[in-house]
Structure formats: structure tokens, C-alpha cells
Design a protein around this ligand. Structure first.
Ligand code: SAH
Length: 372
């Protein structure tokens, strides 16, 4: 179960026998153009149109000669995920239920702040990790998303906010990316890496690695690689301070226990006081929220450039946990803070549309059951 099943790199054909250009990396795009007998500079032009200008069709690509556009339209496609549903919360959080080009449905969430915001992308349909507090975890892994499915989520969100051509960094609503949606990104490393490489490319979507955070439940073998090859910020879903408890809450811990996970964090390339590792800690009433837990957490992360995000548990029907009380969360936060670590309590966003942490996808399944 643990070893990632990874889908191949090659250009995927759409149902109509067309090659989908979305999700190809630079080399893949060059190869796709070469196969059509087009020179390398065409690949750069098409890249610019798709990822900087947001072109949805070849007729928009006015820097290409008409016959080239016509040939591209005959052989290739620019496929975005289909929007099954788009909902906006009373707090302006927006959630899309998307039909992935590669099959299956995924959810993508945009969390706005004052003048910027984070887009939360999914990496898998379902999840194999069975974390007991997570609703996605109660669903089986259906499949890995490929790079077209992952980049496609971002294209849809940018369409929705009209952020084409790519605005300069200071003025973007979609300024940050968090790989914190459905699935475990480090168990689908190749596709996630390809998608993030496309997203970071300076001549396209151009979101810098400093504005991208990848969250993992702790698939240790790919942590170093993620730092070396992608250099993005790392978040760890820690949630418990003993192996005994973490084995129960986050079962991947049985394979990669806390000591190994923290060793990988200490070695994470690029982590320093300016770029801290985030430890996510879900607040479960009477389970992991005592003052002693808070003190143990501080001891565990000692020496790691770290910050702690305290996440109030988001309930779902049948969940075997309750959220800690506000007073208990405050006490926990103060202990971690007093030890010198920032420990903000995350305000749940988008709960009314089931867009908060751990609530993704479940709504779809429920709606379908209810409607069936
Ligand atoms: N598999 C990766 C990516 C998912 S990120 C990971 O585990 O890090 C989603 C975050 O939401 C994780 O920190 C996860 O532990 C947390 N989460 C899951 N269910 C939740 C719930 N019901 N309430 C609050 N947070 C939850």
C-alpha cells in the first residue's frame, strides 16, 4: 500500500485522440512539437500562451502562423478539468468539484486573505493512508492524479478569478499553493513534482517555490527528494507526540515512526529560520491536547527551524473524535509559544461548504447517496 503507484510521463491522448498539452513539462512540450515537425521555439510560444496567457484554444495564439494553429488544433488539445460544481462560502472560500481529465472527481479549494490567497490542490482521488480523523481517509485510494489533473486544478481557479495573463507577484489573488487537498502528495511524487515544476516555471504560471507548501503525513523516503528537487516549503501532519498514539491516528507512522520523520525534517534541504518547517497539529478533545502533550511537542521539535499550526478538528458525520475546547487549544498554543515557537490556531475556513481540512470529497459522496 505504501509504495507509490506512479502513472507514466508520456503525453496522454484525450478521448478524441488529441494530445493534451496541459501537464507536459518543458521537455514533453518540446517533444510534442517535434513530433509535429515544429521547431523548439514553437514549444516556448505555446508554453507562454497556455501558462502565461491562459489560452484555452489555439485560435487565440496570435503569434503563431494560421496554418500552425490549424495543425495544432487538429492534433492537440488544451484540456481543463470539467467543473461539476463551484461553491463560494460566506467567508469567501471557494471550492470546486472537478472532473479530472484523467478520470475521477477531485476537490480544489481557494482560501482568500486580504489581498492574496492560497489555493489548496489535491494530489490523489481518495487516499490510501486511513488517518482516523480525516474524512478523505475513510475513502479508498481511487487513483493518482497525473500532472495534467493537478495543473488543471490551478488553471480552473485562475479562470475563475480572471488572473490571466499571469499578474506580477505583488498583485495576485492566487498567490500561494498548498498541496494539502485530497491524497498524500509524496505517494504520487513524480506527478506532483512535474506539476509543481510547471507551476513554478518563470515563463508561465510563475509561482515561486517560497509560496508553495507541500504537506505530508510522513512518507519519509521522498522528503529529502522534495527538498532537493523542488525546494518547496514542507509541512508535516504530526498530530501526536508518541508513536503509540500516532500509530493509531496516522497509521503510516507504523512504517515511518516519529524519530525517523523528525530526522528527515532536521535534514530537510533549505530549512532555516527564514524558511521554517510547519508542524500541523490537529486538536482532538482528550486525545492529544493536554499540557503534557504540548510540552512533549516542544521537546520533539527542539533544534528544528519550526512553526506549529494548531488545527481545530473539523467534524464529519460519524467521526470518532470531538474538537478540543477553545480554552484547551489556547493553553496548548501558549505553552508552545512560550517555548519560542509560533503556534497560531488556524481559523477553519469554508466549513459551510465542507471545504475545511479533512472534509474534502465527502460532500460529493454524500450528495450522491442522498440523491440516489
Ligand atoms: N496527506 C497529506 C495532505 C493532506 S493535508 C497530509 O496528511 O499532510 C490536509 C491536512 O488536514 C492534514 O494536516 C490533515 O491531517 C488535516 N486534517 C485531516 N482531517 C482533518 C479534520 N477532520 N480536521 C482538521 N484537519 C484535518
Amino acid at each position: 500500500m505504501i509504495d507509490g503507484i506512479e502513472t507514466p510521463t508520456a503525453a496522454r491522448e484525450t478521448g478524441a485522440g488529441l494530445v493534451n498539452l496541459v501537464g507536459l513539462d518543458r521537455a514533453g512540450m518540446g517533444q510534442a512539437m517535434a513530433e509535429l515537425g515544429l521547431p523548439a521555439f514553437r514549444a516556448r510560444q505555446v508554453w507562454h500562451w497556455i501558462y502565461h496567457r491562459g489560452a484555452r484554444g489555439f485560435d487565440e495564439m496570435t503569434t503563431l502562423a494560421k496554418p500552425v494553429r490549424a495543425m495544432l488544433a487538429q492534433r492537440c488539445a488544451i484540456v481543463r478539468p470539467g467543473i461539476v460544481r463551484e461553491q463560494t462560502s460566506s467567508d469567501r472560500t471557494r471550492k470546486w468539484l472537478l472532473r479530472a481529465p484523467g478520470g475521477g472527481e477531485v476537490e480544489t479549494v481557494y482560501i482568500p486573505e486580504e489581498d492574496r490567497g492560497a489555493l489548496c490542490l489535491s494530489s490523489q482521488v481518495g487516499c490510501a493512508l486511513t488517518c482516523t480523523f480525516c474524512h478523505t481517509g475513510t475513502q479508498d485510494l481511487v487513483r493518482n492524479l497525473d500532472s495534467a489533473d493537478i495543473v488543471g486544478q490551478l488553471l480552473v481557479a485562475r479562470d475563475s478569478y480572471g488572473e490571466w495573463p499571469s499578474p506580477s507577484n505583488g498583485t495576485r489573488l492566487l498567490s500561494n499553493i498548498v498541496m494539502m487537498g485530497m491524497g498524500e502528495p509524496l505517494l504520487n511524487y513524480a506527478n506532483v513534482a512535474r506539476a509543481l515544476t510547471i507551476i513554478m516555471d518563470q515563463e508561465g504560471i510563475a509561482i515561486s517555490k517560497r509560496r508553495i507548501t507541500l504537506s505530508t503525513a510522513g512518507y519519509v523516503p521522498n522528503i529529502r527528494r522534495c527538498g532537493e528537487e523542488l525546494g518547496v516549503n514542507l509541512a508535516i501532519s504530526l498530530h501526536a507526540v508518541t508513536d503509540e498514539l500516532r500509530d493509531q491516528l496516522v497509521p503510516i507512522n507504523r512504517k515511518f515512526p516519529i524519530a525517523e520523520l523528525l530526522a528527515a525534517c532536521r535534514d530537510y534541504p533549505g530549512a532555516n529560520n527564514a524558511r521554517r518547517i510547519t508542524f500541523e497539529y490537529i486538536m482532538l478533545k482528550g486525545v492529544n491536547d493536554s499540557a503534557a502533550d504540548a510540552r512533549a511537542l516542544v521537546r520533539l521539535i527542539k533544534g528544528i527551524p519550526a512553526k506549529v499550526n494548531l488545527i481545530p478538528f473539523n467534524a464529519w458525520p460519524g467521526a470518532p473524535f470531538d474538537c478540543s475546547t477553545a480554552a484547551v487549544i489556547r493553553r496548548f498554543s501558549e505553552i508552545v509559544n512560550d517555548a519560542g515557537y509560533s503556534a497560531p490556531v488556524r481559523i477553519p475556513r469554508g466549513r459551510d461548504i465542507l471545504a475545511a481540512c479533512g472534509q474534502l470529497k465527502s460532500a460529493t459522496e454524500r450528495a450522491r447517496r442522498a440523491g440516489a
